[in-house]
Design a protein around this ligand. Structure first.
Ligand code: CTP
Length: 413
């Protein structure tokens, strides 16, 4: 029998469950987390126990469920909150968001959340009108600023019979978001993990250098390692997006919570982008796509004695430029411009020519910038004419800056 991967091995997680019809899905969430190696301590609000019996959670978690602070030995609640690697509240009701935003500690769950040291992930579930109410949105804003990460809610049919935002994210998505949260470096600027300002977005990222084979053992390519694209995929997932990374050959590991599609040539990459684009809301085209391929690909290794003296080339398709017919409405398109001179002029041209919202321009001849480095100095150029020069930054920081602009573009409609 093969053993399942245990990404949560030796992790203790607190799972808060509130009173919502989605509470039954939390039982399955506990199952997924325990199968992935976590020790899960479930904490239920009084209302939650009216939807699902604590015994269901005890059976899947193998731990007694906390429903009443006073039933615990003295100070055990502080110990639980301080030793948890992370907490997740799923489902989180409007009431719980309001209580935690105002710092209340009037039941076991709100008290534990206030004493929590690790990051907090929240999966809201409620009626669409309650979610959109300015009071709830203000509480969400407060919690986000405090570093709480949100996953969902998703758009779909609700218990009320209406369709709208308010469905709890599926347990598999919550598990992915938790993995990203635990993998994310925590900093003073983001005390409880990342801001999930891309939650609900479906992001397609391309990365790396395509290979254009002339025979099975030789190809044309470029020095891109894919680091910028992988950093974007990791950051988009951390911010709550559902991310597909279309990667040209790369040694880099797949970031947590990201689904990866491996491709080789520009034509493969185009096909993979076309297959996923109808469902995407953001496209980040960070790949260094080959512009030329050998006009003829030999099925067998060409023997050096028989090689032609010159190589006939043909153009590959420009993936970004050819998207108009299939791009869904509202798709945010971000391109990259790797240049060695006249950086801004060329980037402005590409921004317009390829119908982009944003282009990330850099001078790849500058030391510490461009291919195969961990840093990049870029200028962000927007469709509205804004041009912003960033200092030399780690690629993860450039990714955060780019996705911050994407979230802003979405907010401004
Ligand atoms: N790109 C693309 N398809 C191609 C080539 C490039 O989609 N066949 C995308 C890249 O992923 C990048 C943007 O277009 O986001 C700009 O790529 P770049 O290589 O800088 O420019 P090119 O359009 O190839 O133009 P040139 O080679 O003349 O600089």
């Amino acid at each position: 029998m093969s053993r399942q991967p245990q990404p949560f091995a030796a992790r203790t997680l607190l799972l808060g469950v509130c009173g919502s019809i989605a509470a039954y899905k939390a039982v399955y969430l506990v199952r997924l987390l325990t199968e992935a190696g976590a020790r899960v301590q479930v904490v239920m609000t009084g209302a939650a126990t009216r939807f699902v019996a604590p015994l269901s959670f005890e059976s899947v978690s193998g731990q007694p469920v906390v429903t009443d602070l006073y039933a615990l030995p003295a100070n055990r609640h502080i110990e639980l909150a301080e030793t948890a690697h992370a907490a997740v509240v799923a489902p989180a009701t409007a009431d719980l968001l309001a209580r935690h935003a105002s710092g209340q500690a009037d039941d076991a769950l709100s008290t534990l959340l206030l004493a929590l040291r690790g990051p907090l992930l929240v999966a809201p579930a409620m009626d669409g009108g309650m979610w959109e109410h300015p009071a709830t949105q203000a509480n969400v804003e407060v919690l986000r600023k405090r570093g709480v990460t949100f996953v969902g809610p998703e758009h779909g049919p609700l218990a009320s019979g209406l369709t709208g935002p308010g469905r709890m994210a599926e347990p598999e998505r919550i598990v992915e978001a938790l993995l990203s949260l635990l993998a994310a470096p925590r900093s003073a600027a983001r005390p409880q993990g990342a801001v999930a300002d891309l939650s609900g977005e479906r992001v397609v990222v391309t990365a790396g250098a395509t290979r254009e084979h002339l025979d099975p053992v030789r190809f044309l390519s470029n020095p891109s390692t894919g680091r910028m694209g992988f950093a974007l995929a990791a950051e988009a997932a951390r911010r709550g997006a559902r991310v597909t990374l279309i990667a040209a050959p790369s040694e880099l590991p797949t970031p947590p919570g990201v689904s990866r599609v491996d491709v080789v040539s520009a034509a493969d990459m185009r096909d993979a982008v076309h297959a996923r684009l109808p469902d995407a809301t953001v496209l980040l085209m960070a790949a260094a796509v080959a512009d030329f391929r050998p006009a003829r690909r030999h099925p067998h290794k060409v023997k050096k004695g028989k090689a032609e003296q010159s190589l006939a080339l043909e153009r590959t398709e420009d993936i970004l430029k050819g998207l108009d017919a299939i791009a869904p409405e509202g798709l945010i398109r971000v391109g990259f411009a790797a240049e060695t001179r006249d950086v801004l002029a060329h980037a402005r041209g590409k921004l317009q020519d390829k119908g982009l919202h944003l282009i990330v321009a850099n001078d790849v001849s500058e030391p510490g910038s461009g291919f195969a480095t961990d840093t990049n100095r870029v200028v962000l150029l927007s469709r509205d004419g804004a041009e912003e020069s960033l200092p030399l930054l780690a690629k993860s920081e450039v990714a955060a800056a780019v996705l911050e602009r994407v979230a802003r573009l979405r907010r401004s409609g």
